[in-house]
Design a protein around this ligand. Sequence first.
Ligand code: PLP
Length: 444
Amino acid sequence: MKTILICLVIILIILVFILMNKNETFKPLSAKYPQQHYFDNNATTFIYDDRVMKEITDNLNVANPSNILHQLGQESKKKLDESREIVAKDLNVNPSEIYFTGCATESNNIIISDIVNNWMLHNKGMATVLTSNIEHGSIYHVLDNLKMNNRLNIVRVKVDTDKTSKYYGSVNPEDVKEAIENNDNVILMTFMFVNNETGAINPIKEIGFLAKQYNIFFHCDATQAIPKMIIHPYDYNINAMSFSGHKLHAPKGVGVLYIQGRCSMLNKTTQEICSQFKTNSQEMGIRGGTENVSFIAGLSKALQIVHEDRDKKNEIMKAKKDYIIQQLEYHGCEVIKPRKSVNNTILVILKGISCCNKTFAKELSNKYGISVGTSSACLTSNEKSHVMEAMCVKDCFAEKVIRISMSDYNTEDDVRYLVNSIIELLRKERKTPEFNDNTVAAVN
Ligand code: PLP
């Protein structure tokens, strides 16, 4: 009996030791910041999963994957190849079509500038690029930069602001079709899959169909979409697609660019457009610099994890979203609701508050430990967001907007705490006790 007891105690000590060691390698956010409730996941996410952290740390101290003459270089290259295969499998494409970059901004820049510059090199006259008026700044900036050569016509298709339309809040394919037919030499269409502020989902299948029909290269910024849905680019006629690791619980500083068959599957015109990529040696010539094997391995693991049971996770997220919307609407807030949107994003107009959104968000953080995003900043700083502008949100309401963006790791308790805290703060910031603003629509 005594021996059994001693054995049990030893086993218990070993178990406690193993568990303690496990926690030592990685502490989740709740352990690091026990008082924090994070709802700004469209800005960036935290790494919560030990499996991702293990990939990162295991591959931090490795040889250069280009130096395959020695064993250590070969090992590093093997990890890089494996990671590429994992990402390719997730996208249902060939590993040779996957390029690792530093971020989604870089992926967007590489593909857009290469396509435009190479067209300019081989052709005379004007070219047109179609995009929307709610794209991320990284798309706007690269296009504005390219426009400087005076031969580029950029057409921004407006999102549908008709609340009765089935495309409300996203791009209407009819408008894309019209833009294609009304402009000469459309060489590229670049449309985001999911908007980072409103969560609106663009009808990418319909847009891809038009791209194929009119033989136009189609790039899609899927940075906000990939963490919430599994996307096979072939199914959408997407020729190139960008996303980044830090939106899906992988590290910051690593991104992905998918390019279809290095354009070999496309017809001759399109092949000519993208036949002259930069000649850096790494990443099959399109992106120079020694690959960040550690973060790439972390990204590929995080991608696998985020897509495990995705449908079920989306359902769980939907219930949380519905609860937040129902509670906040009941308390006099207006939620901007595109007809089709992802389940993690809720854009709320805090009607009746006397302060601006930045002050409200700061107070949520300082007093309650809650992190949310703001869309537009206070209008005194002249920073109305182009997305709010595109959605026709009235100026007086644009500075009252906060963005709640969840991840799979926000618990029900977290969500209840968020809602109760916002309601408490609303009561404090609504100076007029007779507040009754429900009837005034904030969105035109
Ligand atoms: N595209 C979209 C839709 C985004 O939301 C973001 C980041 O917020 C980016 C691109 C840029 O991502 P990264 O920070 O990886 O460059």
